[in-house]
Ligand binder design. Structure first.
Ligand code: AMP
Length: 541
């Protein structure tokens, strides 16, 4: 059925002028048509650029323009819990500034009224009636581009990470089959793999679509949130569909942990065989809760470390093979060569050490370039430590040689497993009228892993009764510029920021204050105005 639907969707794309090498932006909810659209692009050699459904019109426009997409696939709206989210109208706003887009295919999901522009906008369902299911797959070179996926870094706008056809597909299938110990049965029901990520992120690309489907697995797509209609939703799905592999994020585990065990205990979870964790470091408490209450101490937990740029899993236990240690991504997969380096790039050898995580040798799923700007790719990943791929993560290797990822060492935040650049959030805050300057740092957050803390200077310090409203205006601005996922959790108005004499913001100090450390702030004598630190520390939220 999937093959049939993919061929039909591919013919719709062709009918609308899309050919090998053209870029197609996909902005859809987590419905089957999202996976079908992705595969339809792959079938005809078009390059997909999936944009997560929570991004704003501005973010969509930036991504469409960077890749010069010719066509957009979207839906009228989507469901999120009990809310309806408009998608087409957000795309309409984005397209005001996107001259490259010639066609918009609109799927009916919520049947909310939408504007349909003559000559540009067409309905998915009507288009499908015009095509057959015969579509020969385009012949591709292993190194032809398969997709672009935008991700945040420490500077500038998000960059388009490019993955190619052969290596990416091989690597996602290889890692899926080995790490989760997936074997395709002969003549029986294929094991059910439930990855709770959104296809808008790399985890969804690699472990909902490509890895499982290339392996013949049944991949379960879930359009919804883990807490609606109640906190038992995941366990309900596992029970109902007899899920064998569950792959989710620490944030989801932490939020469900807090909701009590009664939502877990009334479900049959005996079908589960392997549990996975991805996206951020998993704390020991969450690891044990997952192990005790979901896996019932009989399912291995694979804590998989990897990135958008790596295409697939890099450091991870292999289920039922690697001895586990809570909160450790454990050992590199066969073929992966991690090294730890110090600030000067010198390799740190031996065990019981920590440093910056790099990879020494290429692997099939590695980033090939950043779309349209190869030099940026070189600068970002290969220039910090010549001869090495730099991950941006800090890592420790314990006495047993086991790896534990400690978090980003650059100006990138990981909020609920979503990667957000501090510079991006600052730019968005600075677009709010009256804001003079801002500095954004992360702080430990019980559920999200990291929360966003913004220090903001306004042209006039808002009076108490105005401060709350101004904060809400700033949040609305960030939502409009990036999307709700980038909204700061805390905003503190300050009269100045701690800067060195050369004008560089001392983020180390701001990070400490946001973490609640107000006295032991290290050496502040090199600051232009040390007094500002006291003011900030006394007003910490
Ligand atoms: P993304 O490219 O959006 O998937 O984000 C990749 C980043 O998420 C990595 O650089 C890490 O900082 C973090 N990350 C992903 N998986 C793990 C993991 N298992 N343990 C710790 N951090 C992780």
């Amino acid at each position: 059925m999937l093959h049939d639907q993919v061929c039909r969707a591919a013919n719709v794309l062709k009918r609308n002028g899309i050919k090998k090498g053209d870029r197609v932006c996909i902005y859809l909810p987590m419905v089957l048509e999202l996976a079908i659209s992705v595969l339809a692009c792959a079938r005809i050699g078009a390059i997909h650029s999936v944009v997560f459904g929570g991004f704003s019109a501005q973010s969509i426009a930036d991504r469409i323009n960077d890749a010069q997409c010719k066509l957009v696939i979207t839906a009228d709206g989507s469901y999120r819990g009990n809310k309806e989210i408009p998608l087409k109208s957000t795309v309409d706003d984005a397209l005001i500034g996107c001259p490259s887009v010639q066609k918009v295919i609109v799927l009916t999901r919520t049947r909310t009224p939408v504007a349909m522009l003559k000559g540009r906008d067409i309905w998915w369902e009507q288009e499908l009636k015009q095509v057959t299911a015969d579509c020969v797959a385009e012949e591709m070179d292993a190194e032809d581009v398969l997709f672009i996926l935008y991700t945040s870094g420490s500077t500038g706008k998000p960059k388009g990470v490019v993955h190619t056809t052969g290596g990416y597909m091989v690597y996602t299938a290889y890692t899926f089959q080995n790490v989760f110990q997936y074997t395709a049965p002969v003549g029986e029901r294929a094991p059910v793999h439930f990855c709770t990520a959104d296809i808008g992120w790399i985890t969804g690309h690699s472990y909902i679509v490509y890895g499982p489907l290339a392996s013949g697995a049944t991949s379960l797509l879930f359009e919804g949130v883990p807490t609606y209609p109640d906190a038992g939703r995941f366990w309900d799905i596992v029970d109902k569909h007899q899920v064998n592999i569950l792959y989710t994020a620490p944030t989801a585990i932490r939020s469900l942990m807090g909701m009590g065990l009664d939502k877990v205990e009334n479900h049959d979870l005996s079908s589960l065989q392997v549990l996975g964790s991805v996206g951020e470091p998993i704390n020991e408490e969450a690891w044990h809760w997952y192990d005790d209450h979901i896996g019932k101490n009989r399912c291995p937990i694979v804590d998989t470390w990897w990135q958008t740029e790596t295409g697939g899993l890099m450091i991870s236990p292999i289920a039922n093979v690697t001895p586990l240690k809570p909160a450790y991504a454990s050992l590199p997969l066969p073929g992966v060569q991690p090294v730890l380096v110090d600030e000067s790039g010198k390799e740190i050898e031996g065990n019981g050490v920590s440093g910056n995580l790099c990879i020494k040798f290429p692997w099939p799923g590695m980033i090939r370039t950043t779309y349209g700007d190869h030099e940026r790719c070189r600068q970002t990943y290969f220039a910090t430590y010549p001869g090495l791929y730099f991950t941006g993560d800090g890592c420790l290797r314990d006495e047993d040689g086991y790896y534990r990822i400690t978090g980003r060492v650059d100006d990138v935040l990981n909020v609920s497993g979503h990667r957000i650049g501090t510079a991006e959030v600052e730019n968005a805050i600075n677009m709010h009228t009256g804001v003079v300057e801002s500095a954004v740092v992360g702080y430990p957050h019980d559920i999200k892993g990291q929360g966003i803390y913004a220090y903001v200077i306004t042209d006039q310090m808002p009076a108490d009764h105005d401060a709350d409203l101004t904060k809400r205006d700033i949040l609305a601005t960030v939502s409009r510029v990036i999307g709700p996922i980038a909204k700061p959790d805390k905003i503190q108005f300050v009269s100045g920021l701690p800067k060195t004499r050369s004008g560089k913001i001392m983020r180390r100090i701001l990070r400490k204050i946001a973490e609640g450390e107000t006295t032991n702030l290290g050496d502040i004598t090199t600051l232009l105005d040390p007094a500002v630190v006291e003011e900030i520390a006394s007003g910490v939220l």
